[in-house]
Design a protein around this ligand. Structure first.
Ligand code: 4AD
Ligand code: MG
Length: 434
């Protein structure tokens, strides 16, 4: 950065020095001739102490008019003080209000209902808990990118406006597209990544993904971020190896770098620190037996729904793979298992502690004829997949990949009850504001 500037996170380097602190008032308390202001600067919290005798009359007067979330600039000397929250405080010499709100700040220390907080999301993100969660999100996203970058994967930015349905026709956002009919908001970047894998071999994408989910569950957003990877010359087992290595790396690195934030949100990190490969691999058929022993009444062929997901993921203390689901429960592009063609070579990775599915992956159907047949069976328009079939026409190879839901992984890492807190501005079936 061009100019050396003070930020609260670097307080230990500035003890005894003159600082200029810019930020917002988190809390203010005036007792007689002394005023304590808790200042938030975006990187941390620090107490500022204004002593009436040591500043101009006008500065102390300004202090009496400050409200929560007033913005201000302070200059003073930084002191280490074990009694101060965070261990440092600034002895104020100058203070200037940048902007003082006319009205009381709507979010107070008392507990508010979730609907109110979501309505005020643009302000709610200033609170300590939300700051911590979104900082962890930032570290986690960076860890994922780093993992792929350092392992030789090429970043391929896949389109958001697409002409072919990526996952299922059931939950598409669609928009008119000039003279060309309809375009859909991407449900996945996968089909394009498959094309890129035949060009670059190991590729990934990371971007927003859209699903018009008609369900209101703690796991579903209508816009979420997905990290997807695709590898040429890779089978389903190799795909699971990659997923467990990536998850272990990303979780470990994020926990190490976010100690303070995880403490802030009171997350017990023990279940996270023990995550390491290999993860247990349980076939769909075994999973159905396990669930029926727990009192569910599943028949072979049924999908594993939300409650079953929760039960399975409470059973294991590490993430667990459920692999090779029945063909009819999964998307058209998955490769049938040659040893048992009722099933496809796929995996879902379930996070423990009841969190459920965080990754969906599979080996892709690399056979032109059977893929063409599946596209027709699913009632998809073959013309819009001609380009996709070209990947099978010209140098088709076994290949596999997966998609990881960022908010799902973050919810587990942070121990959140609902994915809506895992994204800055959640998009839900009943929410598009703010
Ligand atoms: O299992 P899904 O649907 O898989 C795919 O989209 C594949 N095309 C990915 C691939 O193989 N490249 O979605 C992948 C992950 C899920 O495991 C889940 O974590 C997340 O995306 N996800 C959602 N997260 C939040 N809200 C939703 N509505 C989600 N739908 C899927
Ligand atoms: Mg899935």
């Amino acid at each position: 950065m061009a100019r050396e500037r003070f930020f609260i996170r670097d307080a230990s380097l500035w003890v005894g020095k003159k600082i200029e602190l810019t930020g917002w008032v988190r809390h203010i308390r005036i007792g007689g001739s002394i005023c304590f202001i808790e200042v938030r600067d975006g990187t941390g919290l620090m107490q500022a102490v204004v002593v009436k005798q040591e500043v101009s009359e006008q500065i102390f007067e300004t202090c009496t008019t400050l409200k929560i979330e007033s913005s201000l600039t302070i200059t003073g000397t930084l002191k280490a003080d074990a009694r101060a929250p965070g261990g440092y405080e600034v002895a104020v010499e100058e203070l200037e209000a940048v902007s003082i709100p006319e009205e009381e700040y709507p979010i107070s220390k008392k507990s508010h209902g979730i609907d109110f907080l979501l309505e005020k999301r643009h302000l709610w993100i200033r609170s300590s808990r939300q700051l911590a969660i979104l900082q962890i999100r930032s570290e986690l996203a960076f860890a994922l990118r780093t993992y792929f970058h350092e392992n030789g994967f090429v970043l391929i930015d896949t389109p958001i406006l697409t002409g072919s349905i990526g996952e299922s026709a059931g939950n598409l956002f669609q928009t008119e597209y000039f003279d060309l009919g309809f375009a859909y908001l991407a449900q996945t970047g996968q089909l394009y990544l498959e094309a890129a894998a035949s060009a670059f071999r190991n590729v990934y994408c990371f971007g927003p993904t859209f699903r018009a989910e008609k369900s209101k569950t703690r796991r579903h957003l209508t816009e979420f971020w997905m990290l997807e990877a695709e590898v040429a010359y890779c089978d389903s087992d190799g795909n699971m190896d990659l997923q467990e290595d990536m998850i272990s790396y990303a979780v470990r690195r994020t926990v190490q770098r976010c100690t303070r934030q995880l403490e802030e949100i009171e997350r017990d990190t023990a279940p996270l620190l023990q995550v390491k490969p290999p993860f247990e691999r349980v076939s769909y058929t075994e999973a159905v037996e396990m669930l029926n022993k727990k009192g569910f009444e599943l028949s072979w062929g049924d999908d594993i729904g939300g409650d079953e997901e929760t039960a399975l993921s409470e059973h294991f203390s590490n993430p667990v793979f459920i692999y090779n689901y029945p063909k009819q429960t999964k998307a058209f592009y998955m490769k049938p298992d040659p040893a048992d063609p009722k099933t496809v070579l796929c995996d879902d990775l379930f996070a423990p502690e009841g969190y459920g599915e965080i990754i969906g992956g599979s080996q892709r159907n690399d056979d032109l004829m059977s893929l063409e047949r599946r596209i027709k069976e699913e009632g998809l328009e073959p013309e819009s997949y001609d380009w996709y079939l070209d990947i099978r026409r010209y140098g088709s190879v076994p290949h596999a990949g997966f998609g990881l839901g960022l908010e799902r992984l973050l919810s587990w890492i942070c121990g959140l009850k609902h994915v809506r807190e895992a994204i800055p501005f959640p998009r839900l079936i009943n929410r598009i504001y703010p």
